[in-house]
Design a protein around this ligand. Structure first.
Ligand code: BGC
Length: 391
């Protein structure tokens, strides 16, 4: 099998509810005892690593599904990763304040091994989005379940210090590409994180004021230079769209879904990148031939739901559910509609078959199902936190 294919049957309500439940259970089973969520337990290039980006969205889905302890333990892990890098954050902040910013290779890692080291493998490090997204997810989790934020306060403060020193810098995007650009979805994650940190009340008042001002500056930048034809654009000055922008609308809710910018962005992503419910990352994508990503179908579904179009949101969920393999796993992408078919084989030769399961895919399906109140999702919400296994 090179690419996962789509089951043409529309999943019945009961199947979908069951898939949601099994997805929550799969994520819990694969969560490392120390709290990290592996991106994919078996895929060559991801095995043994956890990303702040994937993990934050996974934790948000687990929280929304009622797996409170699982989400909390991921945020604990984030806090430990940040504490272990507190000296580096202080150096980055001091160098920035002195007007001699450190180079990209001195920035924080993008991913960590499950037991918390930076790992030995080279990666496209310096991606700021995850340091905002986990703060957004942790604060939303605490609010959703009435938890104290004190437990994550030190990590939130370190993240804010780091983001205040780096928010304006070009860095790799969600897809670990184009390090020379300022990416609009990255800005969205930073804004969401800074706003949440301010709202959390754990920042000293001077830091809270700086965080609020930085979030406002990022938002102005996004609107002034990060839009094209009235919709959000892939990076500042770009005319292209990227499906990661759907997240800026929902679940991050940085741009109001029903605003002209929100509606135009949803439409632009749908027009350019959505083929029958399966959403591409961006038009020039060549990774594994540039297939359709179930997690992005669900992001677009969340944006539709936030805009009040539940019918389209359900259609996105149904498409994502149909990417389930015979083994009950959701892949990173499917290859029914490739943008660059001649580029697929080179990735298979390099890294093997598409990452399956991808926990982020399962998580986004769960998140959208909970949002839509799909039958069974509330039941999945009652997950026994004491059953988490080690992987
Ligand atoms: C994607 C990233 C993701 C990582 C782990 C990469 O191929 O581009 O967005 O964080 O895989 O899932």
């Amino acid at each position: 099998m090179t690419h996962v294919s789509i089951d043409p049957r529309t999943p019945r309500g009961a199947d979908l509810a069951d898939l949601v439940k099994r997805s929550v259970a799969l994520i819990e089973r694969l969560q490392h005892p120390q709290g990290a969520y592996p991106a994919s337990p078996t895929f060559s290039a991801y095995r043994g690593y956890s990303w702040f980006r994937d993990g934050a969205f996974i934790a948000d889905a687990m929280s929304a599904a009622g797996a409170v302890d699982s989400a909390s333990r991921f945020f604990d892990w984030c806090g430990r990763m940040l504490a272990a890098h507190a000296d580096e954050v202080a150096e980055i902040v001091a160098a920035e304040a002195a007007g001699s910013p450190l180079p990209d290779d001195r920035m924080l890692p993008t991913r960590f091994t499950l037991d918390g080291s930076a790992g030995d493998d080279d990666w496209w490090d310096f991606q700021t989005d995850g340091y905002g997204t986990w703060v957004w997810a942790a604060v939303a989790h605490a609010r959703r379940h009435g938890l104290s934020l004190e437990r994550w306060a030190p990590g939130i403060r370190l993240s804010v210090d780091y983001l205040l020193a780096t928010a304006h810098r070009p860095c790799y995007d969600w897809w670990e590409e184009h390090a020379d650009q300022v990416h609009v979805s990255t800005l969205g994650c930073i804004i969401a994180g800074l706003d949440a940190a301010v709202d959390s009340g754990v920042l000293a008042s001077a830091t809270a004021a700086r965080a609020a001002a930085a979030a406002a500056e990022c938002r102005a930048l996004m609107i002034d230079r990060g839009t094209h034809d009235d919709h959000l654009a892939k990076w500042l000055g770009s005319t292209a769209v990227d499906a990661s922008l759907a997240a800026v609308v929902a679940p991050l809710r940085v741009i109001e879904a029903t605003s002209p910018l929100g509606l135009a962005s949803i439409r632009a992503i749908d027009d350019a990148l959505n083929v029958d419910g399966g959403v591409h990352r961006y038009l020039d994508d060549t990774f594994f031939g540039g297939g359709q990503w179930p997690l992005l179908s669900c992001m677009l579904g969340l944006a539709y739901a936030a805009a009040g179009d539940r019918e389209r949101a359900h259609a996105q969920l149904a498409w994502a559910a149909r990417t389930e393999t015979a083994e009950g796993m959701l892949p990173e992408q499917v290859g029914e509609h490739l943008l660059a078919p001649d580029r697929e084989q080179e990735w298979i030769d390099r890294w093997g078959s598409v990452a399956t399961p991808l926990l982020w895919s399962h998580a986004m399906l769960v998140r959208l199902a909970v949002e839509l109140g799909v039958a069974g999702a509330p039941a999945a919400a009652v997950v026994d936190a004491s059953t988490e296994g080690a992987s």
